[in-house]
Design a protein. Structure first.
Length: 209
């Protein structure tokens, strides 16, 4: 049964329905699930979402994909997306996402996943649909939106000088990366957010930092 589960699963993440479809011939499928969990063959991330145990994985688990599946609707953004795109030097341990639901955090065997509320009208703009393979896809903010979702929290920034210092000194953002941003896209997203700190970000970058 485990071999069939591994054979039929594209990727490393699967849900309860997929798991149960491979246990339909068992008289006590839930007991079998408990056995697989105790043996480490599968790992529960939350109710209904699983990954294969270390010894059964073909590829590393893509945490961006997991983030979308754990809680949604959501898209990967903020510091985690900026690290993914190479804008900040540090590896970000917590996978940061935005959601139209309430704030939420999951601490799982493969890491911590944090979700922050965003107004529905701001959700779709600037979000990309990334494909990992033929069946696995996830939503992630474009670099411009990932930066906006990060800066949005720092509403105490009031001047371009403060914004530059925050970007370069506090965030240690890569200058070449930030100068490669599409300011037309950033301007469009800024208009959607309608926040002074985001407008300040746009105007600061417009001057070339």
């Amino acid at each position: 049964m485990l071999n069939a589960l591994r054979r039929d699963c594209i990727g490393e993440v699967f849900d309860y329905g997929f798991l149960m479809s491979h246990l339909q011939d068992f008289k006590a499928p839930h007991r079998k699930i408990t056995t697989l969990l105790r043996a480490g063959a599968i790992v529960r991330l939350k109710k209904g979402i699983y990954v294969f145990g270390v010894d059964y994985r073909r590829t590393p688990i893509h945490r961006g994909l997991v983030a979308n599946l754990l809680f949604g609707p959501s898209y990967v953004s903020g510091e985690y997306a900026l690290s993914y795109y190479g804008f900040i030097p540090e590896r970000v341990a917590v996978v940061t996402s935005m959601t139209t639901k309430r704030n939420k955090k999951f601490i799982t065997p493969i890491g911590t996943f944090s979700y922050n509320y965003i107004h529905p009208k701001r959700f779709i703009i600037g979000v990309n649909w990334e494909s990992l393979d033929e069946k696995n896809h996830y939503l992630i903010a474009c670099p411009e939106k990932a930066l906006i979702d990060t800066i949005e929290k720092y509403r105490e920034l009031k001047t371009k000088k403060e914004m530059r210092e925050h970007l370069l000194d506090n965030m240690r953002i890569d200058v070449e990366k930030i100068q490669s941003l599409d300011l037309t896209v950033l301007d469009k997203i800024s208009d959607c957010y309608q926040l002074p700190v985001i407008r300040l970000l746009y105007e600061t970058l417009l001057e070339g930092l």
